[in-house]
Design a protein around this ligand. Structure first.
Ligand SMILES: *Cc1c(COP(=O)(O)O)cnc(C)c1O
Length: 404
């Protein structure tokens, strides 16, 4: 049985996660996916020397164009998103860069959220303008402001929900419709925090979904990767341009690790949500804590939207403390035993880090006064970003509460 993007709707999600992209190897009858590390392949006909000449050849030619283990992962990701196709890259940022640089040209305008994942935010603010791409930012929780920010040359809008690090939710269906009605070609959703278990952005009108596979999809913190998921024709063109010419491909070994991780995504997301809900509830009632932002809490200002757009609230939460965050962070580094004080997220083990508002404003966002004051509503002087793992929620709370 081969489950692909085309027939994945026939099966339930837990089955898709395990079986999609996988098959019994006809040569060896191996039940688990083979790890194929070969950089080149001996084709059955004389190939052209440029990948542009081989567009109609179905087999593998060279590892930068496509390779079997990576393709198995891509097929699993496409099936999980209910999409036609997926392309994997060496990291989430490589995937984002490939998508933007492969789809946009000098003179085009890219509309970004006024706060989003720092790597892509800095790529957009600092690098793209050097190549003649116009970039501006808007509050994507406000559809009116979003519509007003679209220009005649807006080629792509970038959405991220829940957003890293504010935990703001944006309404994908509403914003995708506004953008398309106003002539924008590409609506992209960075769905790293949500995963396909919570939200399927393509079904809400997005054209492309981006994932950092380093996070929930790989899920174990041992392999970096990224993916762009969408329609086959557009991704085939992107494969030629962005994979072959930019070269930021995923290693087959990482694909093999991520393929194994992705098979358990549905049960891991249930466990992440359960432990995160427990911690969010405990944090909300603790006197050391000023505010908690978790989409699953009734106190989240967009809880209703989160409920309508997310089938799972995921494991990411942020909180502000009454105490100076840097001082508390220093204690956490020394005192935490289960939770690692570290960046990254979506791993099976819990991770926490402090993000100082002044620092991130200076290094990354450089908001104008209005956006800066909105950002501060979510972050105060700084926030702790907690990626709740799949450990027991009570054990995690015991570890965390001793630092307060
Ligand atoms: C981590 C992350 C990325 C970048 O992914 P890398 O694999 O670290 O390059 C992009 N978007 C979001 C929301 C992320 O959390």
């Amino acid at each position: 049985m081969t489950i692909t993007g085309k027939n994945s709707a026939t099966f339930r999600e837990a089955t898709v996660a395990v079986h999609a992209g996988e098959f019994i190897d006809p040569a060896t009858r191996a039940s688990s996916p083979n790890l194929v590390m070969s950089a080149t392949f001996a084709p059955t006909e004389v190939p052209g020397f440029s990948a542009r000449d081989d567009k109609d050849y179905e087999g593998y030619v060279y590892g930068r164009v496509s390779s079997p283990t990576v393709r198995q992962l891509e097929n699993k990701l496409a099936a999980l998103e209910g999409a036609e196709f997926a392309l994997a890259f060496g990291s989430g940022v490589a995937a984002g860069h490939a998508l933007i640089a492969g789809r946009m040209s000098a003179g085009d305008h890219l509309l970004m959220p006024d706060s989003s994942y720092v790597g892509i935010a800095e790529l957009a603010r600092y690098t793209l303008p050097r190549f003649g791409i116009e970039v501006s930012c808007v509050d994507t929780t406000n559809p009116k402001a979003f519509a007003a920010a679209i220009k005649p040359n807006t080629r792509m809008v970038w959405l991220e929900t829940p957003a890293n690090p504010t935990m703001e939710i944006c309404d994908i269906a509403t914003l995708a419709k506004i953008a398309h009605d106003m002539g924008v070609r590409d609506v992209v959703v960075d769905s790293t925090f949500a995963t396909p278990i919570a939200t399927k952005p393509l079904s809400l009108g997005a054209d492309f979904v981006l994932h950092s596979l380093t996070k929930y999809i790989g899920g174990h913190g041992d392999a970096m990767g990224g993916a762009v998921i969408g329609r086959k024709a557009e991704l085939a063109a992107l494969n030629l341009e962005s994979t072959v010419h930019f070269g930021g491909i995923l290693s087959p070994f990482n694909a093999w690790l991520i393929l194994r991780g992705a098979a358990t995504l549905p049960i891991r997301m249930k466990a992440h949500q359960e432990a995160a809900m427990k911690l969010a509830t405990h944090l909300e009632s603790h006197p050391a804590i000023k505010r908690v932002f978790y989409p699953g809490l009734a106190s989240h200002s967009q809880h209703a939207l989160a409920k309508s757009q997310m089938k799972n609230f995921s494991g990411m939460l942020t909180f502000q403390t009454h105490e100076n965050g840097m001082e508390l962070a220093k204690r956490m580094v020394k005192q935490l035993e289960l939770i690692h004080y570290a960046v990254s997220l979506g791993h099976h083990r819990s991770l926490i880090c402090w993000i100082g508002t002044d620092d991130i404003e200076k290094s990354t966002y450089r908001h104008g006064p209005e956006a800066a004051s909105r950002f501060r509503q979510y972050t105060g002087e700084g926030i702790f970003r907690l990626s709740v793992g799949i450990e027991d929620g009570d054990d995690l709370w015991g570890d965390l509460v001793k630092c307060f």
